[in-house]
Design a protein around this ligand. Structure first.
Ligand code: PNS
Length: 164
């Protein structure tokens, strides 16, 4: 039977760490939905459309990846789309408690739904979208952190924010 997974996140913006998890998921499963979702505890820097655009661009060569966005609960969406599992990247121990809490909540809301954690690769262990935003906002080099094809647009966008 075909296996569908979802890689959910804020992707504000997508990093090389996110892309690594998406590619590894696409190698393991038949269909990968990348879900750009609202994290109610964060105020985004990039609009949903910008984040979707970046993700579509950096995954355009991976045929079994679909990029979507929706409001509401992840567990409910997974039920509607017959998603078998959520795939999340796990970096340091500091990620664990938050991710564990979300995995348990999603399981309570949708008992069929598994959460699978992939260990971040060694280059992405320290990487986060918030770190990318902070480094870029202070004029630092983010070329090792984000996909090359969207690098300039991220830098321009963040420096525009800084200058206004
Ligand atoms: O990249 P993030 O911000 O750590 O991702 C968190 C995200 C967006 C996956 C999470 O906040 C989420 O699933 N939001 C959708 C609403 C929802 O289902 N909330 C309950 C999750 S336990």
């Amino acid at each position: 039977m075909k296996k569908t997974v979802i890689c959910p996140g804020s992707f504000d913006p997508v990093t090389l760490g996110h892309l690594d998890i998406i590619k590894r998921s696409a190698n393991m499963f038949d269909h990968v939905i990348v879900g750009v979702l609202v994290n109610s505890s964060k105020t985004p820097c990039f609009s949903i459309d910008e984040r979707i655009g970046f993700l579509k661009e950096v995954t355009q060569d991976i045929p079994n990846v679909e990029v979507v966005s929706f409001d509401g609960l992840l567990a409910q969406y997974c039920k509607e789309r017959n998603v078998d599992a959520i795939v999340k990247g796990l970096r340091a121990v500091s990620d664990f408690e938050y991710e564990f809490q979300m995995a348990i909540t999603n399981k309570k809301l949708n008992p069929q739904l598994e959460t699978i954690f992939l260990m971040a690769n060694s280059e992405s262990m320290y990487l986060s979208s918030s770190m990318v935003r902070e480094v870029a906002s202070m004029g630092g080099d983010i070329s090792n952190f984000v996909p090359k094809c969207i690098h300039d647009r991220i830098v321009n966008r963040i420096s525009n924010l800084r200058n206004h």
